[in-house]
Design a protein around this ligand. Structure first.
Ligand SMILES: [Zn+2]
Length: 343
């Protein structure tokens, strides 16, 4: 372990990484919404190698046993998770993880498993990647130029960010309008690009060495819907996984996952549904005492495709936590200065 500088004081912390997809994005063929690609296979191999050497990879069962009072965790425990349920988690990431003895935990949005449905962001990316138009008026964004690949990728992100602010039940209508505006007649149900696992594959992987958790049914942002509806999304997801897997799932991850995307009501609904643990996307790593204190909102470290090399190392060392604290301190300082100035 002399080739990397390793964190020395992390024995009482839990590292949870959050990936979405591991895929090669070169080659020109359409390959989904680019921001969801967390790493290419070579970079992912490097990251898993570092995790295996510097931490002790654990599975979700071990973590839940510990939460239930069943013994100690190993030093520097680390858990590697994936959101959404993409096929490449099994095809590309899993063989790499097996080589490094790391057991993945994959969070499924159950409405998208086994029926060929595509996530809205992949539909948006497809419309913008394949349109013959070079510009025009887009719903939610207005007039836009999309003559080159870079602007198409950027617009797909901007469009999704705008769409996420709209009520969840209006999402399919906004998508229909985007397909019309780009003149690409596709919808979630007929995208010519298969993204997600089906239940047969899920069961095969679960029987071997992959754990599955819940990520709601339809992937809404829970805080943008009435608490009762959010609770139904969570409970129905738990029930579906229990039926399909033949055993109750242990873990849940909030869609989008930042502090503004779920409420205390939603945390309680996750516990009530039967999930033993819940994961957010507030930045980790996190102290084990905090995991015990708030087991249904455990922070994770989001890994994106720009987090390669040194950036990855900084992130797992807790750079995002430190930056968040610095921002909070700065905001506090500014508001104190503001109040003093107003007097
Ligand atoms: Zn998700």
């Amino acid at each position: 372990m002399s080739d990397v500088m390793l964190p020395k004081d992390r024995a009482s912390q839990l590292l949870v990484l959050c990936y979405h997809r591991v895929a090669d994005t070169g080659g020109g063929a359409f390959n989904g919404f680019l921001p969801n690609v967390s790493a290419d296979p070579r970079e992912f191999e490097r990251q898993m190698s570092l995790v295996a050497r510097a931490y002790t990879p654990i599975g979700i069962e071990r973590l839940v046993e510990w939460l239930d009072g069943g013994g100690e965790l190993p030093e520097r425990p680390a858990l590697v998770t994936f959101d959404d349920g993409y096929l490449d988690n099994g095809e590309v990431a899993l063989p790499i993880m097996r080589r490094h003895g790391i057991r993945p935990l994959i969070f499924l949005a159950t409405d998208y498993i086994g029926n060929g449905r595509a996530f809205p962001w992949d539909v948006v990316a497809y419309c913008l990647a394949t349109t013959r138009k070079t510009g025009g008026k887009l719903p939610l964004l207005g007039q836009a130029t999309f003559a080159d690949e870079a602007s198409r990728v950027r617009l797909a992100s901007e469009w999704m960010a705008a769409c996420k602010e709209e009520p969840a039940d209006e999402r399919s209508e906004w998508l229909r309008q985007l397909a019309e505006a780009t003149d690409v007649p596709v919808s979630s149900t007929d995208l010519p690009w298969k993204a997600c696992m089906d239940w047969d594959l899920v069961r095969r992987l679960a029987a071997r060495d992959v754990d599955f958790g819940g990520h709601t049914c339809s992937h809404p942002i829970l805080s943008r819907m009435p608490p009762g509806e959010a609770a139904r999304e969570i409970a129905d997801c738990f029930d579906r996984l229990a039926v399909e897997l033949g055993r109750p799932p242990l873990a849940f991850a909030y869609p989008n996952g930042s502090a503004r995307d779920f409420r205390p009501d939603d945390e309680r609904a996750v516990a009530r549904a039967g999930f033993k643990i819940g994961f957010s996307l507030e930045p980790g790593p996190v102290g084990l005492a905090s995991v015990r204190e708030r087991p249904h909102a455990v922070p994770r470290i989001y890994i994106g495709r720009r987090d390669s090399g040194f950036r990855f190392w900084l992130k797992i060392k807790g750079a995002a936590v430190a930056m968040g604290r610095a921002r909070q301190a700065l905001r506090r300082g500014l508001s104190i200065a503001g109040r003093a100035g107003a007097r």
